[in-house]
Design a protein around this ligand. Structure first.
Ligand code: ATP
Ligand code: MG
Length: 432
């Protein structure tokens, strides 16, 4: 008996990994057009970066951290999300300086780690694609970020999406709302879920995010944060909406939508999917918002203490495409397979696949000295477009049989010609 992968993790291999490569390449292509540049941060961080960044009362920090003390007794955690690490890097490398792009527009693609109860679309090592635009307080930055997410899913062919937005306002607005929410929920304290009882005074907005039925009953009639926005917060949200309208972007407002991370303020958004394959279930396929205050929280300058970003799970993006019946591009087939049979042919076979590869073709050969039938079977399995057959006789005559697998036609070609001109011979064969 061998070993098994840790619970909540996946091995991603042929058949599946091509989907990942495709989704990632579409993301890179979209980010390039929006002038977002990649930033790769370490897989682990000082725990404090995350607890200060994400917020000490969030589930991510209180329950889901993969943290440990290293041999130098540093308190380390595998990163559970991408924003705090990127803002840490932004501050550490002074990307707010005049030689850098401002706002600093950056993206990441990579694994995140959360100790959760694994289920479909919920893993302990999962993968996110995300963007951050740091240093702009312009609502156009929020809208640009939302457009990136919409364009990404559009490029993947995902159609059944809904954009949901809300505003959490500035600190002053949220403080007032927080109190209103406590006043509203407190009389029902005994009927709330255990989690919500705990959160009521720690972070009452989190109660709105509860999926527990006990809480849902009260959440439905909770006061709306939108009624507590002060003038500045209200104006900001109006501007975001006006910009979305100006770009003909459809959205709905859900005043109960808060996000699971403490750093958000003003605009928050989610893209929801009701793809046919989800059978009526609604899934969040992208989430983000504005996080003014995070830069100074992590030691950066007040002059650049603004930002907007989102993250989306690659696993969920793929599940969503599947639920919409979208076809993924297939891995390219072999161009050339070299069958080699008998004494001395292995060396020449190696030279032949190398010539094919040097000509930019995808090529492979038999390595196991199998019978001709088995070698043809391998060539077929990989959909090889042409097969070269090299036996002892061919080798003696310095030639090789070139077979077009689609038509079955065969032709003898001198080894010298094929080595010096593989690309031409290949394309002529395919035309024939
Ligand atoms: P949820 O409410 O589903 O727990 P969240 O608020 O914790 O989501 P974020 O931290 O905002 O999620 O992460 C953004 C996206 O990352 C989610 O919309 C989802 O697609 C993905 N994601 C989050 N946690 C996981 C996980 N454990 N496994 C797979 N994907 C995840
Ligand atoms: Mg979560």
């Amino acid at each position: 008996m061998g070993y098994q992968k840790p619970k909540g993790t996946n091995d991603i291999y042929t058949g599946e990994v091509e989907k990942w490569q495709y989704v990632e390449s579409v993301a890179r292509d979209i980010f390039k057009r929006y002038d977002f540049h990649e930033l790769r941060t370490p897989m682990f961080e000082h725990l404090e970066v995350i607890s200060r960044g994400v917020g000490g009362t969030t589930d991510i920090v209180t329950k889901e951290m993969y943290d440990f003390h290293d041999k130098g007794d540093r308190h380390i955690t595998l990163r559970p999300e991408g924003t705090a690490p990127l803002v840490r890097a932004y501050v550490e490398h002074k990307f707010f300086g005049p030689e850098h792009k401002n706002p600093f527009k950056t993206f990441y693609i990579g694994p995140m780690f959360r100790y959760e109860r694994p289920q479909s679309g919920r893993l302990r090592q999962f993968h996110q694609i995300g963007i951050e635009a740091i240093g702009s307080s312009n609502p156009a930055t929020d809208v640009e970020g939302i457009l990136v997410a919409l364009d990404f899913y559009k490029a993947l062919g995902v159609k059944h999406t809904k954009l949901v937005i809300n505003s959490l306002g500035n600190v002053a607005s949220r403080k007032k709302y927080r109190q209103a929410l406590i006043d509203y929920l407190e009389p029902h304290f005994d009927e709330l879920s255990g989690d919500s009882q705990r959160r009521l005074h720690e972070n009452p907005l989190r109660v709105l995010d509860s999926k527990d039925e006990k809480d849902q009953k009260y959440v439905v009639n909770a006061p709306s944060i939108l009624d507590y926005l002060d003038e500045e917060s209200h104006a900001f949200f109006e501007e975001v909406k006006a910009l979305l309208d100006a770009l003909d972007v459809e959205y709905v407002i859900d005043h109960r939508m808060v996000r699971g991370l403490d750093y958000y303020n003003h605009t928050v958004f989610e893209l929801m999917s009701n793809a046919p394959g989800f059978n009526g279930a609604i899934t969040t396929i992208c989430a983000g918002g504005r996080y003014d205050g995070l830069v100074t929280e992590l030691g950066g300058p007040e002059s650049h203490d603004t930002g907007f970003g989102f993250a989306l799970g690659i696993e969920r993006a793929i599940i969503t495409m599947e639920a919409e019946g979208i076809e993924f591009p297939k891995a390219p087939a072999l161009d050339v397979y070299v069958i080699n049979l008998g004494e001395g042919t292995s060396t020449e076979a190696l030279k032949l696949v190398q010539s094919a590869r040097n000509a930019g073709l995808i090529a492979d050969r038999d390595f196991l000295n199998r019978k001709v039938k088995a070698q043809f079977k391998s060539a077929n399995k990989e959909d090889a477009k042409i097969v070269l057959v090299l036996g002892e006789d061919e080798l003696k005559n310095n030639e090789v049989v070139v077979k077009n697998m689609a038509t079955g036609s065969e032709e003898k070609v001198a080894l010298h010609d094929i080595h010096s001109n593989f690309a031409d011979i290949f394309s002529k064969q395919l035309e024939a």
